[in-house]
Design a binder for this molecule. Structure first.
Ligand code: LMR
Length: 396
């Protein structure tokens, strides 16, 4: 049965970790996967997380099954965070939210649900997009196409192209949009451009699917989530996948959610019942630990304030690394203007380096980024940045 099974290629992002771990270069630096490391190069355990865990451990609880849609208080906390506590959509009970295995789990549960209710739809993702978007929606059975996004000449966004593609998309097309901190490019559209995107989705009756994996890493928690309010105000129904992997540094706990904004309470109840089928038939029900931590932090004022401070510190450090990167690349002898790095936002910089240059960086210098030229600025620190800049200067 298995003798003809082909060897699949490594995952373009997580596969790099395998290669990185096997690399014996003592100077190696992992700028591949989107993970935040502190200035010591360590994966942080946030203090708000530690405090919540200490509280949990002071009265340990048995671990029964969670409901299929997860911890009710967690789902509520996610709604309040994503839509805002005062959101009429939340108050009217129009949002169906389920706890999922990370943001990827939210996307997959949403994709399975959409495939069931609109099997002939196609999916549009940005060109380029997070590598897993295409794979995930294809695996769910959708044809996946792209809308223009990054313009290499412009070092920015081909907004007219994006808009034209949305305006030309057939009714019911699922449009995957990065709510903030576009992955991989680091270029976000402006609030005024979002208004045009929302209007295009409305007039073409598209189905927006917002991927919000980096809330808090751009301009701030509220600012980064503002686009959700625009979609709510438009009266559209849409989906939002949330991830707490980065914002809580809880990567391995797989804490995420899917929220579906519906037209009314009754519709939300029906949608929720279908989401539960997607979950039950994939992994039955979600795990307890990470979501309990996130619930405690989001709903306890002191822990919440601490989280917001710690997230703010991560955001600030990434911005400092962007500035340092521009300066040190220049100092290392790079002639071209690299100031675009500080115009990008979030964890990544789309460096403009070719696949060949990225392979050389990896093989000769042990500096790992994705083949697309994406580098995780959040993994730079005061110890590795000089080496990274010298290496980039050499391949350029
Ligand atoms: C990334 O883009 O590196 C992250 O979202 C991690 C992942 O799962 O790919």
């Amino acid at each position: 049965l298995f003798s003809a099974v082909e060897l699949a290629p490594r995952d373009p992002i997580l596969g790099l970790n395998e290669q990185f771990n096997a690399d014996t270069n003592l100077n190696k630096v992992n700028l591949g996967v989107g993970v935040y490391y502190d200035d010591q190069g360590k994966l942080p355990l946030l203090e708000c997380v530690l405090k919540a865990e200490q509280q949990m451990m002071s009265s340990p609880k048995p671990r029964g099954y969670l409901p299929i849609d997860g911890i009710a208080a967690y789902d509520r906390a996610v709604q309040n965070l994503v839509f805002g506590e005062a959101s009429p959509a939340v108050k009217e009970g129009r949002v169906a939210t389920v706890q999922t295995l990370g943001g990827t789990g939210g996307l997959k549960v949403g994709a399975d649900f959409l495939k069931k209710i609109n099997p002939s739809a196609k999916v549009l993702i940005s060109d380029p997009s997070w590598e897993n978007h295409r794979a995930l929606f294809s695996q769910a059975g959708f044809p996946v196409e792209t809308y223009p996004y990054y313009d290499a000449q412009l070092r920015g966004i081909n907004f007219e192209g994006m808009l034209a593609a949305l305006r030309g998309a057939p009714e019911g097309t699922v449009v995957v949009l990065h709510a903030c901190c576009h992955n991989p490019t680091g270029y976000d559209i402006t609030p005024a451009q979002w208004d045009e995107v929302v209007a295009a989705c409305q007039s073409r009756k598209l189905v927006p699917f917002l991927d919000m994996a980096y809330q808090g890493f751009g301009h701030g928690i509220e600012e980064d989530g503002a686009v959700v309010g625009k979609f709510v105000a438009s009266g559209l129904t849409f989906l939002v996948a949330t991830s707490f992997s980065k914002s809580f540094s809880l990567y391995g706990e797989r804490v995420g959610a899917l929220s579906v904004l519906c037209q009314g309470k009754d519709e939300a109840a029906r949608v929720l019942s279908q989401l539960k089928i997607a979950i039950r038939t994939n992994y039955s029900n979600p795990p307890i630990h990470g979501a309990t931590v996130v619930t405690m932090v989001l709903t306890t004022p002191e822990l919440r304030a601490l989280w917001e401070r710690e997230l703010g510190e991560m955001r600030l450090r990434i911005k400092q690394m962007r500035l340092a990167l521009v300066e040190k690349l220049k100092a290392a002898g790079v002639k071209q203007d690299m100031t675009f790095i500080t115009e990008q936002i979030g964890m990544f910089s789309y460096s403009g380096l070719s696949k060949d240059q990225m392979v050389r960086l990896r093989e000769e210098f042990g500096v790992y980024g994705t083949d697309s030229g994406r580098m995780c600025v959040a993994a730079l620190n005061s110890r590795n940045i000089d080496y990274v800049c010298e290496s980039i200067a050499k391949v350029l």
